[in-house]
Design a protein around this ligand. Sequence first.
Ligand code: ADP
Ligand code: MG
Ligand code: ZN
Length: 399
Amino acid sequence: MNKGLLATRHSLLATCYLLLNNWCMALALYRKYRPKQLGEVLGQEGNINLLKNAAREGRLGHAYLFYGPRGTGKTTTARLIAKLLNCERRRTDTTFAQKGEPCNDCLACTAVDTQSSFDVIEIDAASNRGIDEIRNLKENIATAPAQGTHKIYIIDEAHMLTAPAWNALLKTLEEPPRHAVLILATTEYEKLPPTITSRTQRFLFKKLSKTHLMEKLRQIAKLEKIDIEDEALEIIAAAGEGSARDAESLLDQAASWGEKIDASMVEELTGRAGMKKVHGFAAHILKKELNEALVALRKLADEGHNMTEFTKELIHYLRKTLTLALNPNLRDAYKADFTDEELKNVSSLVPLIQTETCIALLRSLIRGYSEMRYSPFATIPLEIALIEQLSPKPGSGLK
Ligand SMILES: Nc1ncnc2c1ncn2[C@@H]1O[C@H](COP(=O)(O)OP(=O)(O)O)[C@@H](O)[C@H]1O
Ligand SMILES: [Mg+2]
Ligand SMILES: [Zn+2]
C-alpha cells in the first residue's frame, strides 16, 4: 500500500473512532484519562525519569519488560514509548525532542491514541496464548515500518505465551531488526523464562499510593463535573487498592447514578466502610470503651456493612497503629495507604497503644475474623472478641 493511501485510510479510521467515542458517551473514564505524557504517569517516578532521559538522548532500547500489578501504567507507558519513537515532531524539531515527551498532535501520536497505527502492534498473549500473533510477528517484524521509523510490538499478558512462542521471541530478541522495539508487559514476572527477562530492560511498576489515586480521581471528577464528596473519593481510592484502572472504573460506576455522590453510596458500591468509620471504631477499642464499641458495631451492621470486610480493615488499621507506635519511621511507608489527614488520625491513636494488650486484641480479632468468614452469625465473633478483650479483668490492670 502506498503511503498516501495508508494515511487516508488511517485518518478515516481515526475519524470513525472519534465519532464513535463522542456518540457513545460510554468511553470508560480509565481510557479517556490515560496519561498522554510520561509526566502524567503517577507513582512511577524512577521508571519515568529513566525513560524520559533515554528519549531525550535518543537512546530508547530495543526490548523492555514492564511488570507489576494491574492498573499501574504498564500499557500506558508502552504506548507512550511507541509515540516517542515515531512522533513526527520529535523527528523534525530538535528543541522539542529535548522535552522527552510526545507531541500528541502528529499523525503518528494520534494513531497510537486511536489504536490505529500500523507500526504499533499490540498482542494480547492471553487470547489463544499468542500463538498466531507471535507467528505473525516472526513473519513481519523484518519488514520496514509503514509510516514511522519504528515498529513497536507491545505484548500484553506476556506470561501467557507458550514455549514455542518464547522460542520465536528469543530469536527476535537476540537479533532484533534495527527498526523493531519489543515491549513485554506482565503481572506475573516469575512466569517468564530467564532467557527472555535477561535480554530486556526491566521496569517494575508499583501500586499507586492512595494519595496519587485521590489526586487523579479528583482531577477526573472535576473535569467530568462529577459531584462527589471527598470522603466518597477516599473510599473509592482505597477500594482501588493501588490500581488506577480499578479506582477509575469505580468512579465511572458511581458517576452513572447522576446525582450527588456521598460516602454511604460509595460504601454500598464497594462494600467498604470509610476510613473514618474504621478510625472511630479503633479509637473506641484502644480507649477500652466497650459500650461505645458495641453500639458502633450494631450501627455498622444495621447500615448493611459487610462486617467481615470491616473486621479485616480494622485489623489492618490496628496493626498499622501498633507498628507505628513501635517504629515511628514507618510513617513514610504508610503514606501509600493513607492520605495526610488519615495519617494524622492514625498517629493520634499511637499514644493509646500498649503493646501487649494490642497484640492480644489483634489475636482475638484475627480469630474472630476467620470465624466470621464461615459463620452464620455474622457479627457475633467480632462482638465476642471485643468483649473478651475490653471487659475489665480482675488484676489485669485494665480499667
Ligand atoms: N501510573 C498511572 N498514573 C495515572 N493513571 C494511571 C496509571 N496507571 C494506570 N492509570 C490509569 O489506568 C488505566 C489503565 O492503565 P494501564 O496502563 O492499561 O494499566 P496496566 O498496568 O494494567 O497496563 C489508564 O488508562 C489510566 O487511566
Ligand atoms: Mg495492561
Ligand atoms: Zn507526535
